[in-house]
Design a protein around this ligand. Structure first.
Ligand code: CA
Length: 245
């Protein structure tokens, strides 16, 4: 009977292992497949690009602040929360973390100037344009420079952004059209974290972490995705540079 009991226990254990295995397999986050010319950060090649990156100062800070957007319209809010925390700006109280203060996507609009710049209801409905991203940053009393693609060039974008990514205390957020780099699908906002000169690729810390991993994108492709017209504003997308005043 010992054997039977052992067998029952053994079968039970095997069943448990199997069901836990199935449960965890179905619970693993499933991001969408990447287009062939994108390099996932979580691939051997993607890791190598960071190790050999020529400008990655911002990666360290942003990786500590990396968050997932809390709804499908909050890519801009999630990106700004990462940057404001990365700049160590004075943060509002956060009820769930009291007495600690930190920017969250829930308390981002607590500031009246921020709600006047753009209401959270509008952002939840339609996201935000590049100029609205700039105004929302401005409402949090940081220096922000807004660059529409139509007013600049790939060369200037590369020069300004590589310089920034190599410096502490300032950050880059881009507004681009996903479909131009082979992703699903509309306008999107995320911070940039690093640049690899040899491959001429930038690392996008995509805040839609349920959908895509961070990706290395060729500068030319990223530029084309920013040089698209946002139908809400009638202007091209682009990027912003942000620092403390
Ligand atoms: Ca920087």
């Amino acid at each position: 009977m010992q054997c039977n009991r052992f067998k029952v226990a053994n079968n039970f254990l095997r069943g448990l292992v199997l069901s836990v295995g199935i449960a965890s397999a179905s619970a693993i986050a499933q991001t969408l497949p990447l287009a062939p010319d994108l390099i996932a950060f979580n691939s051997p090649e993607g890791e190598e690009l960071l190790l050999k990156s020529d400008a990655k100062q911002d990666f360290w800070n942003l990786s500590m602040q990396f968050v997932t957007q809390i709804n499908q319209a909050y890519c801009g809010v999630a990106s700004m929360v990462m940057v404001l925390n990365g700049l160590e700006m004075p943060a509002p109280e956060s009820p769930q973390y009291a007495p600690y203060r930190v920017f969250t996507q829930e308390n981002f609009f607590d500031n009246q100037a921020t709600r006047q710049a753009l209401s959270p209801a509008v952002v939840k409905r339609q996201g935000m344009t590049l100029d609205e991203l700039g105004r929302l940053f401005d409402s949090h009393a940081v220096n922000v420079q807004v660059y529409h693609s139509a007013d600049t060039s790939l060369e200037e974008f590369r020069r300004l952004v590589v310089e920034n990514l190599d410096q502490p205390g300032n950050f880059v957020v881009i507004n681009y059209l996903r479909s131009e780099i082979g992703q699903e699908r509309g306008g999107h906002i995320s911070p940039l974290a690093a640049y690899n000169k040899e491959s001429d690729r930038f690392l996008v810390l995509d805040v839609a972490r349920y959908k895509y991993p961070p990706v290395w994108v060729e500068a030319e492709d990223l530029w084309q995705s920013m040089a698209t017209v946002d139908s809400t504003s009638g202007k091209t997308r682009g990027f912003v540079l942000v620092s403390r005043k």
